[in-house]
Design a protein around this ligand. Structure first.
Ligand code: ATP
Ligand code: MG
Length: 580
């Protein structure tokens, strides 16, 4: 069934529709948070498939995390039905992997090459160079940085790189960063293979383009070819991965590499209330126009005595908002957030460093508030995962394609049970790992194949398993919140030293500070209806209790948009008690 032009693009405003329909050459879509960039991406693909007769399998969407690929898939299926499943949706790493798998021999890899986890690479390095673990770990980080930027690095990192490549080839593995580098190398070196991939994906879209690094950009460019049916989407004000070699100058580079490229902008912020959008615009010196949603409740600020009190304040605030008590907003416009209709899953608590989560977890536990923490940590080195995978044992070879998934799930359960009986992993870690592996086993990418399971593990972080349907408060770092939105966002730890983060050397470089500001901007712009900003007067920080001054960024959100929360807050009973 073929819908009319208005069909697929009807859900877009005129700017978004123009961007979605501009499919016959290279295109940059540059726009602020909440302007519908990701929404436009999905509609663009739907438009190609429904209205331009492009086969769904000829469209490639590239984004950063496994979770983000799942979100895109869900939205594509919602718009396109079954055809949405045929669209190629990849993270940069899974795209590299698909290319290398298809041409392992030409890439100089064995047909059954695997991805080595961090522990294995560290051990290989320590072994080959006779280093201690800590030293090998540091060197491994330098190697990773070297690979991402493609720039010259310290001599020893270059040497370590060569050692790892040799050992990896001999033992049949590549590392995570290799997936992008080697696949780009392959496309650059082999015109025939490159042409085949270009023919396969005449339409390529990349989301969050401001965060691509040198090698990821190279891969995109090679796959798009010279005429470049490539659409890149992003926001330079949200570039937060400079420390990993990403470079928002990639937009300028794109314009140079594709002289025919058009640039389109989206002007309206659909996500945040005027209050939140205005505060955010001030942070980065943006004009603050294009605000769609009127008014909004003032931004709540609060200074707690220490990190425990700050965490208690977070718990109490969530209680208030969900219970409809909303004492904070007394006398304020609250039409937007529909107090009382909110669930735990509508709330996110964002922090700069993972270490800050401990106090929050404790406070939410005390208050009986369900939460899930999305850690950016790779699951590959996790003790529970390692123990289960070690115990998985060989497949019996009798698996029919139809029940391979359930079979694999059963083997994971059996391995986890064996590990538990043998006491080889902490019960909590084991339960967590078992859940992740079961989720992966049931995923499309794994399809019941144990080798693919190991591969999927190598590509996953803990944050990838955040379940949006679960009614739990999300705890995550500001970095992990990229691209997401929540009705209620609480940003904690707003003290100089944390936000902006200081690495403890006095020569804090200007580029780093600017990136920290953009990171805070990303955090603030996740909020739809309510934004709460807190800091602690005193906190345990670098081995001592310290009084850190307020984040200088707070001063940029002028007082006219904020309201201070009442100082001492009454402790509320745990939420479950409300049931009785
Ligand atoms: P970010 O920079 O944070 O990734 P984004 O530009 O990708 O943001 P989206 O996540 O696509 O923004 O959209 C933000 C919110 O606004 C979503 O809830 C989306 O559904 C909504 N939205 C976007 N465009 C429209 C529109 N034309 N009409 C109604 N809602 C819209
Ligand atoms: Mg987006």
């Amino acid at each position: 069934e073929r819908s009319g032009h208005a069909g697929v693009l009807a859900g877009l405003d005129p700017d978004q529709a123009r961007a979605a329909a501009a499919t016959d050459g290279p295109l940059m879509v540059i726009a602020g948070p909440g302007s519908g960039k990701t929404r436009m991406l999905v509609h663009r693909i739907a438009h190609l498939v429904r209205e331009r007769g492009v086969p769904a399998g000829a469209c490639l969407a590239v984004t950063f995390t496994r979770k983000a690929t799942e979100e895109l898939r869900t939205r594509l299926v919602a718009l396109l039905g079954e055809a949405g499943r045929a669209v190629a949706v990849h993270s940069f790493h899974s795209l590299g992997l698909a290319i290398l798998r298809a041409h392992a021999d030409r890439a100089g890899l064995g047909a059954d090459f695997r991805i080595a986890g961090e522990a294995e690479r560290r051990a290989a390095l320590a072994d080959a160079l006779g280093l201690g673990e800590a030293r090998a770990a540091r060197l491994l980080q330098a190697v990773s940085a070297l690979k991402r930027t493609g720039a010259a690095g310290p001599v020893e990192a270059a040497e370590a790189c060569a050692v790892l490549a040799r050992t990896g080839r001999a033992q049949g593995w590549v590392d995570f960063d290799d997936l992008v580098v080697l696949s780009a190398d392959l496309l650059a070196a082999d015109a025939e293979i490159a042409a085949a991939w270009r023919a396969r994906f005449p339409h390529v879209v990349a989301d969050e383009f401001q965060d691509v690094d040198e090698q990821q950009y190279r891969l995109l460019r090679l796959i798009a070819g010279a005429e470049g049916r490539l659409c890149v989407i992003g926001d330079p004000d949200q570039a937060i991965y400079g420390f990993r070699g990403a470079d928002a100058a990639c937009f300028a580079r794109f314009a140079r590499d594709f002289p025919a490229a058009r640039t389109l902008r989206l002007a309206r912020n659909y996500r945040s209330t005027a209050t939140i959008a205005t505060a955010a615009a001030r942070l980065v010196g943006a004009p603050g126009d294009g605000i769609v949603r009127p008014g909004g409740t003032p931004i709540t600020t609060h200074v707690a005595a220490d990190e425990a009190a700050e965490a208690d304040f977070v718990a109490a605030t969530i209680e208030d908002l969900l219970g409809g008590h909303d004492l904070l907003a007394a006398g304020c416009d609250r039409g937007d957030a529909a107090a009382g209709a909110l669930g735990f899953g509508d709330c996110a608590v964002l922090y700069r460093t993972d270490a800050q989560a401990a106090a929050l977890r404790a406070a939410l536990d005390r208050a009986g508030i369900p939460f899930m923490k999305s850690s950016p940590a790779a699951i590959a080195g996790h003790p529970g995962v390692t123990a289960i995978l070690d115990g998985l044992g060989p497949a019996d070879g009798a698996e029919a394609a139809d029940d391979a998934g359930p079979r694999l799930a059963a083997r994971i359960a059996a391995a986890a049970e064996a590990v538990r009986r043998a006491g080889r992993a902490e019960p909590a870690a084991l339960a967590e790992a078992r859940g992740w592996l079961a989720t992966l086993a049931a995923s499309e990418a794994v399809g019941g194949d144990p080798a693919r399971l190991v591969e999927a593990v190598a590509l996953s972080t803990e944050a990838d398993f955040r379940d949006r349907r679960a009614d739990r408060v999300s705890l995550m770092t500001m970095h992990a919140a990229k691209g997401l939105e929540f009705p209620v966002v609480l940003v904690v730890g707003l003290e100089a030293g944390l936000v902006p983060f200081s690495w403890g050397d006095s020569a804090a470089d200007e580029a780093g500070q600017a990136e920290e500001r953009r990171l805070f901007y990303v955090a603030v712009t996740r909020a739809r209806d309510r934004l709460v900003l807190t800091r602690a007067a005193e906190r345990h920080w670098r081995g001592a209790v310290r009084r850190l001054p307020p984040s200088p960024f707070l001063a940029d959100i002028a007082a006219d948009l904020t309201v201070a929360a009442a100082g001492a807050r009454r402790r509320r009973p745990a939420r479950q008690l409300d049931l009785f």
